[in-house]
Design a binder for this molecule. Structure first.
Ligand code: NAP
Length: 243
């Protein structure tokens, strides 16, 4: 049975990925940082539907915790096949409002956390010369949204790391791709003020926000044999927003 580690799987896109990969027959490791109860209910739902998995508390900005997450996964399930680097935060602020605390936090979670997890996951994948990493980026990496300079810079870094890691890891049978969603209905979107929400909705040609399950479907497809020759790409999933 294959194993997938999904970071930030207590809710939103990560939770949808955990449920989708479990449905596809993976044993899933549901990583969370603060939301243990929500993570537990994701696992309960997976088990009720006949799937298998476990919870793992780790702050992705802590290298030791990330290392032990991958080690415990290997111990519990004997292998690691998929990493979905998903745990992320958005902290909108215009340039003059930026402070170093928010800047560091966003960089630490959205960039360093992705590197730590990719590094520790790749160490496990090297052994069997097989594996897939999916990085959850954002359409903000390619589209200028006022107030999102830090967030978009972190997601631009995710796209760049996706390309370079894909090149580095291809000889070891590991593929690396990214999904760049537009606006997706999760708690992250709840942080938007109502007037911004309506303006963004109007800008989406398909006339609706995306669903977490739609991101999970694409992540699952990227990990499937159908995409066996695809690596280093960032796939935009945004209902036409960036066109
Ligand atoms: P969300 O609902 O706010 O969920 C964020 C998840 O990340 C939570 O499970 C949270 O876990 C986890 N997390 C945050 N900091 C963490 C840390 N230090 N260590 C481990 N886990 C941590 O967000 P979402 O909308 O599902 O977003 C998921 C990803 O999609 C992010 O990378 C985001 O940038 C990207 N994205 C979202 C949208 C959107 O419109 N929603 C659009 C484009 C891209 P705890 O609560 O347990 O701490």
């Amino acid at each position: 049975m294959k194993t997938a580690v999904i970071t930030g799987a207590s809710r939103g896109i990560g939770a949808a990925c955990a449920k989708r990969f479990a449905r596809d027959g993976y044993q899933v490791v549901i990583n969370y940082n603060h939301s243990e109860q929500q993570a537990q209910s994701v696992l309960d739902e997976i088990k009720r539907n006949g799937g298998d998995g476990m919870l793992f508390h780790a702050d992705v900005t802590n290298q030791d915790e990330v290392k032990s997450m991958m080690q415990e996964t290997q111990k519990a399930y004997g292998q690691l096949d998929v990493l979905v680097n998903n745990a992320g935060i958005v902290q909108d602020a215009y340039l003059l409002m930026l402070n170093s605390e928010n800047l560091d936090r966003c960089m630490d979670i959205n960039v360093k956390g992705y590197f730590y997890c990719a590094q520790q996951a790749a160490l496990k994948m090297f052994r069997k010369k097989n594996g897939v990493i999916v990085n959850i980026s954002s359409v903000s990496s390619q589209m200028a949204l006022a107030g999102q300079s830090v967030y978009s810079a972190t997601k631009g870094a995710v796209n760049s790391m996706t390309r370079t890691l894909a090149k580095e890891l291809a000889p070891y049978g590991i593929r690396v791709n990214a999904v760049a969603p537009g606006f997706v209905e999760t708690e992250m979107l709840d942080t938007l003020p109502e007037e911004k929400r309506s303006a963004y909705l109007e800008a989406i040609p398909m006339g609706r926000f995306g669903r977490a399950e739609e991101v999970a479907d694409l992540a699952a497809m990227l990990c499937s044999e159908q995409c066996a020759y695809l690596t280093g790409q960032t796939i935009v999933l945004d209902g036409g927003l960036s066109l």
